[in-house]
Design a protein around this ligand. Structure first.
Ligand code: XMP
Length: 521
């Protein structure tokens, strides 16, 4: 891995060494919010790779292990040999303490939540901050004895050694989590480390990043042709516009309409990218073939597989029609890379599985272009805004690759798709009108596989049931059902049963994840 450059300038990097905390990505994002580039590597990565990265500073993340057990992760020697500032957070603090000769104890009681931190000794880490800070704790173990050469710098009532620093070297450790927003001044603490101790330069600026990515694409692709599967989602949209700025009409986008999109979505994508932005987009009208392949299939996983496979067939067929394509562009982003196989892995060169593109025929050999590979989602969104992509496209709720296919419970038919599209459209339209759309993380309608009796005038009808689902979540791993106002739900329900003849009943899903998932299938 070579050091990252933006506009030919080698940029300063803060390495986040990952010990498995759920907050690791958040640490890197916070560093980047200060315009300093940050990269995550697993704690057991080859030491040479850390050396090559040549970081200006290293943050040791938290993690689920206990240093009081044997064979738990440790910071590799290179971390100390590089002579750069080090900041240990939570588990990172505990392993530092243990490795430096201090002592960590396991406490039966896990401390989770707010705590008041009292700063006892002057430290660059807390420079210009109040003496008392409200911090966020999440730990079982804690440091009981300081290592030699370390000073205590802050305490809380339950963690007497809540922060420590080396007497001479720029090595710091804190028991609380500065990366979570619940910690007051958390960003200032991180910035004190980044700027005052590491002396990092804020080179990671969006404008520079865009111009440098465009330049890199030009140099890589030259006069060759590039193919991109455009889904209308944030990542592929930003990739498309970035590539278009770099190579113009040498980019061909293929947008597959599988008939399982939200109402009007196909037209909206085409209008945004082809008509307004003048991108070269081919729309593959593939509704019939998807429906045909999905006939008689009720099992959700089976549906996902069929939709995925059909997507590949359709995409391949379009690609084969195009001549002289040398590169395939993908909207892979940093969390995909980290989650698939380590942050600098080349093995992650598989087509994004959640776009349900599993592979291309062997005879088609492409090189990959992935200009968003080291960006977080919020950075991709910011880039999209700067590139002029409409905000509504960038801030849309996530939509699963199999689309409405997993929201029509049981077999998929064209009639059911139309009913669901209509109900979903009403729900989303009303959320936007009531200024609630941005307040929930994901909202949609589901068509249930039961019928229910209703009356219209004097007439009884046996008709479909629509489920509405809205959740609040940060990471989509856990989610709380959104407490939408009753009045609002009543209004949506009225509209759905009045405007869609085939529906007689609407229910609202009040299950959280876990144990329920966000989608119904
Ligand atoms: P669950 O239902 O697992 O969903 O709680 C978590 C998030 O993932 C999305 N999701 C999918 N996205 N292909 C996708 O591209 C899929 O098969 C799929 N299943 C779920 C879901 O919409 C939610 O945002």
């Amino acid at each position: 891995m070579s050091k990252l450059s933006v506009n030919n300038k080698i940029i300063d990097t803060i390495l986040v060494l990952d010990f498995g905390s759920q907050y690791t990505q958040l640490i890197a994002r916070r560093v980047r919010e200060s315009d300093v580039y940050s990269e995550i590597l697993p704690w057991d990565i080859d030491e040479e790779k850390i050396k090559k990265l040549n970081p200006k500073g290293i943050i040791l993340s938290g993690g689920p292990n206990s240093v009081t057990k044997s064979y738990t992760p440790r910071a590799p020697q290179i971390v100390f040999d590089l002579n750069v500032p080090i900041l240990g957070i939570c588990y990172g603090m505990q392993t530092l303490a243990e490795q430096m000769g201090g002592h960590v104890i396991s406490s039966d009681q896990k401390e989770f939540g707010h705590s008041e931190l009292e700063i006892l000794t002057e430290s660059i880490l807390f420079k210009d901050l109040d003496n008392k800070i409200n911090v966020w704790m999440s730990h079982g173990d804690q440091v009981q004895d300081l290592p030699d050469d370390y000073d205590l710098i802050a305490s809380t009532s339950s963690a007497p050694i809540a922060a420590m620093q080396h007497k001479k070297l720029p090595i710091f450790a804190i028991q609380f989590h500065p990366e979570v927003t619940h910690t007051e001044d958390g960003q200032s603490i991180l910035e004190n480390f980044i700027f005052k101790s590491c002396n990092a330069e804020p080179h990671w600026k969006m404008d520079d990043l865009i111009s440098s990515r465009i330049e890199e694409i030009k140099q890589k692709v030259k006069e060759d042709k590039v193919l991109l599967g455009l889904s209308g989602g944030v990542d592929s949209s930003v990739t498309a516009v970035l590539l278009y700025k770099a190579i113009g009409n040498n980019l061909t986008c293929v947008f597959v309409d599988n008939g399982l999109l939200r109402k009007g979505e196909g037209d909206q994508v085409m209008q945004t990218f082809k008509d307004n932005m003048k991108l070269n987009v081919i729309k593959s009208e593939s509704q019939e073939i998807f429906l045909r392949h999905l006939e008689n299939i009720e099992d959700p996983e089976q549906k996902r597989k069929v939709i995925g496979r059909t997507f590949i067939d359709v995409f391949d067929a379009e690609a084969i029609k195009l001549k002289d394509i040398k590169f395939l562009a993908q909207g892979t982003i940093y969390p995909d890379v980290i989650e698939s196989s380590g942050s600098e892995s080349n093995e992650a060169r598989v087509i994004k599985s959640h776009h349900n593109v599993g592979g291309l025929p062997d005879e088609m050999e492409f090189d990959l272009v992935e200009p968003l590979r080291d960006l977080f989602k919020d950075e991709v969104r910011r880039m999209g805004i700067k590139l002029g992509i409409p905000k509504e496209m960038l801030e849309r709720h996530p939509f699963p690759g199999p689309g409405l296919g997993v929201r029509i419970i049981g077999e998929i038919t064209k009639e059911k798709t139309l009913i669901l599209q209509e109900a979903d459209h009403i729900f989303i339209e009303e959320l936007i009108k009531a200024d609630l759309y941005d307040k929930v993380s994901q909202a949609f309608a589901v068509l249930l596989p039961v019928k229910s009796v209703g009356v219209v005038g004097d007439e009884r009808r046996y008709a479909e049931v629509i489920g509405l689902r809205a959740v609040e979540t940060v990471d989509f791993m856990t989610a709380r059902w959104a407490h939408l106002p009753y009045k609002f739900l009543e209004h949506v329900s009225n509209r759905i049963v009045n405007e869609i003849e085939e529906v007689s009943r609407v229910v609202y899903d009040i299950s959280s994840k876990p144990p329920a998932t966000i989608e119904w299938e």
